[in-house]
Design a protein around this ligand. Structure first.
Ligand code: SAH
Ligand code: SF4
Ligand code: F3S
Length: 468
């Protein structure tokens, strides 16, 4: 029996990459690879990269610089270290990566992970291997299903990709180029995945996709199902206490999704709905295909269907041509909607995207100043949202041991971390917590009232990976 080979994988970017990293581990397990947290004793290092902003993409090269030293050191010690670059930088830059960083042995794009074993073999033989095709067959059909022990080790909350790629072509964004055209997985396969996860102790499923609510996977009736219908179906699977989805696009919010929020208690009332800007002029230049008012109307429809619903969003400041007036419209929109949180970014020109060619780049100092103002407003909204939880009793899905001995940490419907002193067997359960106080972003409280859901025999182990 050969010694297991050790695999270290480092992911950047979105939840999609977190999920893909797990699937790469699953793909390499039959090849004798086990995951290691330490780069130092790895036989294979995979950088699972993100191309969304310049900073994210450039990180890869500094990491590769460090890996060159690690590879030399391994060679001196008589070991071989294989370096692979996966993810969206691999897709966008392809061979250029090997040219810039000869330390790289394998370059593999996001749609080709199922070829990893063959690529590693080819790299051993030829010194290098590259695959950035967009194959016509569905990679998911070729990826092995995660094993029960792996699922349990990953904890009570899991991602399931239901949709990939994007046909929207916002002018600032690389995703349509790095992930390719939009495709949805068939409902049957998604249901199989969710059942397997539920059978092994997973209680919360987040359906993910770059445009998750553009989902139109083939249903058992042979027709395309919208996301709302999929959620309704998944809500009937035993053991699944919570459903979420991310990231949704305002243009693809249809009646089925609104109805799902009205009808499904297990669908969490927390929606990430990026808007990017509150200025119609900028939204048009971004090719978002919606106005600020369209967005407001979408928010109203959600709120009418579910009164406890809360929102988070993404914002870009300093898109080419953004004036002070445009920016003021963004702040006004934020004031009006009231968010539970948001991600905000300075515009970063990406090679090959239309916005990168636009004149009127906004000066960095102006971007910095706008970003600070926007983040200040969001921080205040988030702090108020969190503070409003104090004194309330809220449902928490317990995930793992907290750092503080005896404490267990879980998450509320709004993904706020919540800590209680309790025995570890509450992990995997959704229980009401009386919130006493707030410590930074965490709610501190105590278990209130009886258990709502009986403990499951396949209770998950106390580790969990949550998304970026
Ligand atoms: N599919 C999602 C978002 C994908 S990228 C959607 O359509 O909403 C995640 C976020 O990164 C975007 O919402 C946007 O706010 C930000 N982003 C994308 N490209 C960017 C760029 N070139 N510069 C700065 N931020 C960017
Ligand atoms: Fe990018 Fe726009 Fe597609 Fe989102 S909808 S992935 S921002 S092109
Ligand atoms: Fe980044 Fe690719 Fe996700 S560019 S944000 S890892 S889709």
């Amino acid at each position: 029996m050969n010694e297991p080979r050790k695999l270290h994988i480092k992911s950047y970017g979105c939840q999609m990459n977190v999920y893909d990293a797990q699937r790469m581990v699953d793909t390499l397990a039959p090849e004798g690879f086990v995951e290691t947290a330490a780069v130092d004793d790895a036989d294979l290092v995979i950088l699972n990269t993100c191309h969304i902003r310049e900073k994210a993409a450039e990180k890869v090269y500094s990491e590769l610089g460090r890996l060159r030293e690690a590879k030399d050191e391994a060679r001196r010690a008589g070991r071989a270290l294989t370096v692979a670059v996966a993810g969206c930088v691999a897709q966008a830059e392809g061979e250029e990566i090997i040219r810039r960083a000869p330390v790289v042995d394998v370059v593999v794009g996001p749609q080709s992970y199922h070829h990893l074993p063959q690529l590693l073999a080819r790299a051993r033989q030829d010194g290098r291997a590259l695959d950035t095709e967009f194959p016509l067959d569905d990679k998911f059909q070729h990826l092995p299903a995660p094993r029960p022990d792996t699922i349990r080790a990953r904890g009570v909350s899991a991602f399931v990709t239901v949709q990939e790629g994007c046909d929207k072509f916002c002018t600032f964004c690389v995703v349509p180029y790095t992930r390719g055209a939009e495709v949805s997985r068939p409902v049957k396969r998604i249901v199989e995945d969710v059942r397997r996860l539920a059978d092994n102790g997973v209680r919360e499923i987040t359906l993910i996709g770059q445009n998750v609510n553009a989902f139109h996977g083939e249903g058992p009736d042979g027709r395309p199902w919208p996301l709302g219908r999929l959620l309704e179906h998944l809500a009937t699977i035993e053991g699944i206490a919570r459903l979420r989805y991310s990231t949704s696009h305002p243009r693809d919010v249809d009646d089925s999704l609104i109805a799902a929020h009205r009808d499904l208690p297990s669908l969490m009332p927390f929606v990430h709905l990026p808007v990017q800007s509150g200025s119609d002029r900028i939204l048009a230049a971004m090719n978002r295909k919606h106005t600020a008012d369209d967005y407001r109307r979408v928010i109203d429809r959600f709120r009418a269907a579910c009164s406890q619903i809360a929102f988070s969003s993404d914002f870009i400041v300093g898109f080419p041509g953004e004036s002070e007036e445009d920016f003021a419209a963004t702040l006004a929109l934020i004031e009006q909607i009231g968010y539970a949180g948001a991600y905000s970014f300075k515009y970063s020109p990406r090679p090959g995207t239309p916005a990168a060619e636009m004149p009127e780049m906004v000066a960095t100092a102006v971007m910095d100043e706008r970003l600070a103002r926007l983040q200040d407003l969001i921080d205040r909204q988030q702090a108020a949202f969190n503070a409003a939880m104090v004194g309330q009793t809220v449902d928490v899905l317990f995930e793992r041991d907290a750092r503080y001995p005896g404490q267990i940490v879980g998450r509320t419907a709004y993904l706020q971390p919540a800590h209680v002193l309790a025995p570890p067997d509450i992990i995997g359960q959704v229980l009401p917590v009386a919130v006493d106080r707030l410590e930074r972003y965490s709610l501190i409280g105590q278990l209130a009232g009886p258990q709502q859901i009986p403990p499951r025999s396949a209770s998950a182990s106390p580790t969990v990976s949550t998304g970026a």
